[in-house]
Design a protein around this ligand. Structure first.
Ligand SMILES: Nc1ncnc2c1ncn2[C@@H]1O[C@H](COP(=O)(O)OP(=O)(O)O)[C@@H](O)[C@H]1O
Ligand SMILES: [Mg+2]
Length: 268
């Protein structure tokens, strides 16, 4: 197994995912620079979400390796091979995501949704959660305060006690992102965050992404169809078609790449 480049937070090496006879990902080599915003674009069915599922442990790639620069308990960078690890374990190492279809607990409050995101940071474990000793109660209190502050920081401070289902769609997206942030990620994965948003909400999302990058010390990888959003926030773009990376480069280079234009026009 080769090593992770010192400037990368994530690399995949020859990742393939085969479902029955369908090759959903074919030998994908991918790199996310530490601190960057990287975009993954491509027509519907290209394999983008499958790729996220392979990174986050929902699927184990049929072939290949995923290397991640995790933060050790001593604060030092440790390179971890992720293949075969569970989603919880991967979240704990510092990778968090949102889903293409929003996955909130509709009948829980905004604050409760974020608290669930915090769960993996708690030390209490099952015993503490069942018997709720003093240290568990203190920890829960600290988590509630931390979650509340995070919601305030990202513009949801006035709706913390509302049910998630009663938020406007744009705020539901925002909440899902805040919940992901609550796990303290070093890499944040966003799967089509602008899907279903109107123009104003998309603009607010763009501001939110810039803000997160300014305030949190993290890298972002986003799948997105909204080209103006991709062009405005990302430093590097990968283009996927039929499970393969067909182009990669700066947004400007990608915009004028003939293979990319063909992949998109071919979809119409
Ligand atoms: N669990 C699965 N079982 C079988 N086929 C799947 C599964 N997940 C995704 N696929 C297939 O993999 C291909 C890529 O899907 P997906 O990753 O969702 O594409 P994208 O996110 O780029 O639109 C599609 O043909 C899809 O039907
Ligand atoms: Mg998808």
């Amino acid at each position: 197994m080769s090593d992770l480049s010192p400037s990368s937070i994530l690399e995949t090496q020859g990742v393939s995912m085969i479902f029955g006879g369908l090759v959903a990902l074919d030998d994908v080599n991918f790199q996310v620079e530490q601190g960057s915003i990287t975009a993954l674009i491509g027509p519907n069915g290209a394999g983008k979400t499958t790729f996220f599922n392979c990174l986050t442990g929902i699927y184990t790639p049929t072939k290949g390796q995923v290397l991640f620069a995790a933060q050790g308990s001593d604060g030092h960078r440790t390179v971890k091979p992720l293949r075969g690890l569970s989603p919880d374990k991967i979240t704990g190492l510092g990778m968090a995501r949102t889903f293409q279809n929003i996955r909130l607990f509709n009948n829980l409050t905004v604050l409760e949704n974020v608290l669930i995101g915090c769960h993996c940071r708690m030390k209490a474990g099952l015993f503490g959660a069942l018997f709720r000793d003093k240290s568990t109660r203190d920890e829960e209190k600290a988590m509630a305060e931390y979650s509340y502050q995070l919601l305030v920081k990202y513009g949801l401070g006035s709706v913390v006690n509302d049910l998630a289902k009663n938020l406007p769609y744009g705020d539901q997206r925002r909440l899902e992102i805040v919940r992901a942030l609550a796990t303290g990620p070093k890499l944040l994965l966003l799967d089509e965050p602008a899907a279903g948003l109107n123009i104003n909400e998309t603009r607010e999302l763009e501001d939110l992404i810039h803000l997160i990058r300014e305030r949190e010390n993290l890298s972002i990888l986003l799948i997105e169809h909204d080209m103006s959003l991709v062009m405005s926030v990302s430093e590097k773009v990968y283009v996927m078609e039929y499970g393969r990376v067909i182009a990669q480069g700066k947004p400007d280079e990608i915009k004028n790449n003939p293979a990319v234009i063909k992949a998109y026009l071919g979809e119409e």
